[in-house]
Unconditional design. Structure first.
Length: 363
């Protein structure tokens, strides 16, 4: 198969994406993907039902674009809606990367950033994380001669955020012809003191693009909706390579409805942060190392081969760090309270059993 060989050569060194596995039991316990456990508000479900009658028409994003711009506090000309925030990664790579160009990423990085860059033919310049956080000074140095710096904050897969002052320092050092992509997928879960003023950063730094998804706090993961914020000229350039109507009509209807339900989002975020705090406290009591998270997940140093089967027996699934560049770790998405209570109980049993076994061996 000549075509298969061509494809294999073209994709050499580019790993495929491995999604989080569904829960193995009859009760939903999928803690392997960073989704919204409470789902979208009733208004979104009603809007989706109403929008079904327009499925034969090409979508019009005018109203959804306006509500997203208002939510972000910018003009609509500075917003680009995309089919999930991942589509924006590929658009950026198409326009700004290619053979002979360099993209800077953390190590480990968010996989889609690396995949989009490599598919474009760019070279990756990897900067090791420090205690789960981007090494801002090292990334600024690595940006010399680079075309794009990918900076998810809070980071995936660690959940650790960059300090707002450090972001401003980075942007002040990166060359003007290097695009900095600040991925704020988990912005809603940040402690307020850690939440950067994106509008001020955009106004001060014309080489900044802010990337956001509506999969997390907006609970629209299954509809694939995201957006980018940046200078109007940059949004226009990216729009030229975006496939026509890439954001479907159902997603656009859901965006409008979700924007009108901020109380639901605030309630859902508050519950996730509460459960995240409980999980971190439990890990600390058990002596399990973890990254202090500002996202809707917690990544802990746990043996996936030990943890996954035990959780599967309870109908729960988590994400192996092997898939994310963190072998020997597990990423746990924060679910709703009963799931998290079951998870903590299983972890207590496992850790105590491991500790007891270690004690017996020493005797």
């Amino acid at each position: 198969m000549r075509l298969a060989k061509i494809a294999e050569e073209r994709l050499l060194g580019i790993p495929g994406y491995s999604p989080g596995q569904p829960s193995p039991g009859p009760v939903a316990g999928k803690l392997s993907s960073n989704e919204a456990p409470l789902g979208p508000p009733p208004a979104v479900r009603a809007a989706l039902a109403a929008a079904a009658g327009q499925a034969a028409r090409y979508p019009d994003e005018t109203r959804a674009l306006a509500v997203v711009a208002a939510e972000a506090g910018v003009e609509p000309s500075r917003v680009l809606l995309t089919n999930g925030s991942d589509e924006l990664c590929y658009l950026i790579a198409t326009v700004f990367l290619g053979p002979g160009r360099v993209a800077v990423v953390g190590d480990p990085c968010y996989q889609i950033d690396a995949t989009a860059s490599l598919l474009a033919g760019a070279t990756l310049r990897r900067v090791p994380l420090r205690e789960g956080r981007h090494d801002i000074e090292a990334m600024a140095e690595a940006a010399a001669g680079a075309a794009v710096v990918w900076l998810p904050s809070p980071h995936n897969p660690t959940g650790v955020a960059a300090r707002p002052g450090h972001l401003d320092a980075l942007l002040g050092q990166v060359p003007e012809d290097c695009l900095v992509v600040l991925d704020e997928a988990y912005r809603a879960f940040l402690d307020p003191a850690w939440r950067p003023d994106a509008a001020a950063l955009l106004a001060a730094h014309p080489n900044l693009l802010v990337q956001r998804t509506l999969s997390k706090d907006w609970a629209l993961a299954g509809l694939r909706a995201g957006y980018g914020l940046g200078p109007a000229e940059l949004m226009t350039a990216l729009a030229r390579v975006r496939p026509p109507f890439s954001v479907n009509a159902m997603a656009l209807a859901a965006i409008e409805a979700a924007a009108g339900a901020p109380e639901w989002r605030a309630m859902a975020v508050a519950r996730i942060v509460e459960e995240r705090t409980r999980l971190e406290a439990e890990l600390a009591r058990l002596g399990v190392e973890y990254f202090p998270s500002q996202a809707n997940f917690v990544t802990a140093r746990l043996d996936p081969d030990l943890v996954a089967p035990a959780l599967a027996r309870c109908g729960l699934a988590v994400r192996s760090g092997e898939d994310l560049g963190l072998p020997g770790w597990v990423r746990i998405s924060v679910g709703w309270a009963p799931q998290m209570a079951q998870l903590r109980s299983v972890l207590r049993t496992l850790v105590h059993a491991v500790n007891d076994g270690a004690m017996r061996k020493r005797r």
